[in-house]
Design a protein around this ligand. Structure first.
Ligand SMILES: C[S@@+](CC[C@H](N)C(=O)[O-])C[C@H]1O[C@@H](n2cnc3c(N)ncnc32)[C@H](O)[C@@H]1O
Length: 193
């Protein structure tokens, strides 16, 4: 019995290690091709956003490239009225976020699809934690559709060509003093890149 249990545990460990290796390999290929991997915002950076009230407590907040919706669930816990909506094109983080929302009875909405299809014109604020290429992909739709005065918070990476109204620092994924860029629609639009 002990031997059987040991063999099963060994088998499970081998399968999990292999799955992890394949997953890491796929992520590296995607990263090499310019895709943004799923990495959650650092909780200390999220705390800074909450403490500084960088996002409005009322009105629609969009997380474009929301992963598993961690930021949106945090906003909901801290009383942000929303609607709180995330767009994510990668199935794994999206599915785990959907599951978590069901388990918690959350009102956070996670949509599977490209972030450029989000209802930008209705948003009071947008949150971004993306690499430069993905930010460039979204910059034009954001400029074209956001209502004047809407807030854009971009964690750790600046939106190329935009002028931030504030830059804060918090412990992030890329450094201990990672920047948080705050933009205001209209006011922050810079020259075309
Ligand atoms: C660094 S993670 C950030 C996750 C989440 N926003 C957070 O802060 O915890 C970026 C996510 O954006 C997704 N993503 C990148 N570009 C996207 C796009 N154009 N549309 C939808 N999702 C996108 C990636 O699949 C990845 O899961």
């Amino acid at each position: 019995m002990d031997t059987l249990f040991l063999l099963l545990a060994l088998f499970a460990a081998v399968v999990l290690t292999a799955a992890y290796a394949v997953h890491t390999f796929i992520q590296l290929i995607r990263l090499h091709r310019g895709a943004v991997p799923f990495v959650r915002s650092d909780r200390r950076l999220v705390k800074k956003i909450l403490d500084e009230q960088l996002l409005p407590k009322q009105g629609m907040i969009l997380d474009l490239g929301c992963g598993d919706g961690t930021l949106l669930f945090a906003l909901e816990r801290f009383g942000y009225a929303g609607p709180l909506i995330g767009y994510e094109h990668s199935i794994h983080p999206w599915a785990s976020g959907i599951l978590w929302a069901r388990i918690c009875g959350s009102n956070v909405r996670l949509v599977r699809g490209d972030a450029s299809h989000a209802p930008l014109e209705k948003a009071s604020a947008v949150y971004l934690f993306l690499l430069e290429e993905a930010l460039l992909h979204l910059r034009q739709p954001l400029q074209a559709s956001l209502a004047p005065g809407a807030i854009v918070v971009s964690a750790e990476f600046a939106v190329p060509g935009w002028n931030p109204i504030r830059i804060l620092r918090a412990h992030g994924v890329t450094s201990r003093e990672a920047p948080i860029y705050v933009y205001r629609a209209g006011e922050s639009w810079g020259q075309e890149v």
